[in-house]
Write a protein that binds this ligand. Structure first.
Ligand SMILES: *Cc1c(COP(=O)(O)O)cnc(C)c1O
Length: 436
């Protein structure tokens, strides 16, 4: 069991929407900082540890700044993500470029910032050398292939497009050494949203063993090992969060058993956690606008899968609560949907919920004038970031609940002007005038 909390009550929300109408994302700064401190405390058993927050999970520079202040770096996969990390004050080797099928300009940007380049393919050794020259420090991403069991989201490693094979990675280190590279690191990322602690410990063990093999076969002493991201969060209230201390105990045991006897210490430990850092501390706050009763009962929100696509993309469960009705009996069965012309635009399917009042049902004499708030939990990672503009839907904004209880907007909602911004037609008004 894990408790699904939401930091604002209904009265506070009513106040907030005077300034920031729904839908919006809101993140809890205090809870994120607490969580970061727990992660750092658990990993403090290692001589050197850093998490490179996966920027794609929550690409907002305000959030990145909070994480940077706690000593986290960034894991980037594109030029704009490198810019975001830079804007948040993350510099040099605090930034890793863990990209794939990388274009030369992105390698160049990473080199210019002194970021750690993490190669995704053997052929990129030559590609990087030709286009940018080789840096002093290089990491490579390992794809263990059939020796490592698969995971629901990423799939089986041998079917995943990422990384170098076992044979290639050994050959890669030798080649890089020949070419004058001085410092080396190793990375893998074989799972996504994985709650199994043994799975992550096994991954660390596999990398530690590979580090010893690299030493034996190439004479190279790796400087750090990046265990990647992919630690899951308990989206469903029946699931348990990963216990950082249990996880780190297991990793430390493997470190002691494998790296210490090989003399490969001190070895830096890195992670690229995204989801587990911010996921549980962000919510999509929406309002119920319509009710529809056909073969099933539907509640339609003022948000759609354009704001949060995980349920549509992965069939993912996101917990839903109704502020003010937290303890109300779950008497109804609803499909909770958005307004997109796609039948998978559903936040929840056949979900037991309290009776929800929609805006359309409210008569003008009602005091509040609008339907129930519908809060979608665990949206603080891979939420707003995965949004899109299909059907001309405009993505919602983002708010931050500060540690002092105040709320600031950290990204405004999109407008129709934004939607037209990439079209070379002059202003919307001008264009419409021109077609008459
Ligand atoms: C997505 C990704 C991460 C972060 O994954 P989480 O599940 O958010 O922890 C880290 N590293 C790489 C290379 C990724 O692609």
């Amino acid at each position: 069991m894990n408790n699904k909390y939401f930091p604002l009550d209904k009265i506070k929300l009513e106040e907030l929407i005077q300034k920031y109408p729904t839908p919006f994302y809101i993140y809890d700064e205090g809870a994120i900082i607490d969580n970061v401190r727990r992660i750092k405390a658990a990993f403090s058993v290692f001589p050197s540890y850093k998490n490179h927050f996966a920027v794609k999970a929550l690409p907002n520079p305000y959030i990145l700044k909070i994480l940077a202040a706690q000593g986290f770096g960034a894991d980037c996969a594109s030029f704009p993500e490198l810019l975001l990390a830079d804007a948040a004050g993350m510099q040099g080797e605090d930034v890793m470029l863990t990209s794939n099928e990388t274009p030369a300009n992105e390698y160049n940007a990473a080199m210019k910032n002194g970021a750690v380049i993490n190669l995704d393919d053997f052929s990129h050794i030559e590609f990087l050398e030709k286009n940018c020259g080789l840096p002093q420090l290089i990491s490579m991403r390992y794809n263990p292939g059939p020796i490592k069991e698969g995971n629901v989201i990423i799939g089986k490693p041998e079917e995943a497009k990422y990384g170098l094979t076992h044979e290639q990675i050994i050959r890669g280190y030798s080649l890089l050494k020949e070419k004058g590279v001085k410092r080396f690191a190793l990375h893998t990322m074989v799972a996504s949203n994985e709650l199994s602690v043994p799975y992550h410990i096994e991954t660390a063990r596999m990398l530690f063993e590979l580090a010893v093999e690299v030493l034996n076969k190439t004479g190279i002493r790796l400087e750090f090992i990046n265990l990647g991201g992919g630690v899951g969060i308990p989206y469903h209230p029946d699931q348990e969060a990963v216990d950082y201390n249990v996880l780190v105990d297991g990793i430390q045991k493997a470190y002691n058993e494998i790296l210490i006897p090989a003399g490969l210490v001190p070895m830096g430990i890195r992670t690229e956690w995204g989801r587990v850092v911010t996921g549980p501390y962000g919510w999509l706050v929406t309002r119920a606008v319509h009710k529809k009763e056909i073969y099933r009962n539907y509640i339609a929100l003022d948000a759609s899968m354009a704001d949060l696509m995980r349920p549509a993309l992965y069939g993912a469960y996101h917990h839903i609560t109704i502020p003010g009705k937290e303890n109300a009996p779950l008497t109804e069965t609803y499909d909770v949907v958005g307004s997109l012309c796609e039948n998978n635009d559903k936040f929840a399917i056949q979900r037991q919920l309290p009776k929800i009042l929609t805006t359309a049902e409210i008569t003008s004499t009602d005091v509040e004038g609008a339907g129930d708030f519908v809060v979608i939990h665990d949206a603080g990672a891979h939420g707003r970031a995965m949004g899109f503009n299909y059907n001309g839907k405009l993505r919602c904004g983002e708010l931050l609940l500060r540690t002092d209880g105040s709320v600031v907007q950290i990204r405004r909602p999109e407008t129709a002007e934004d939607y037209f911004a990439t079209l070379d037609i002059g202003g919307v008004e001008e264009f419409l005038g021109g077609t008459k």
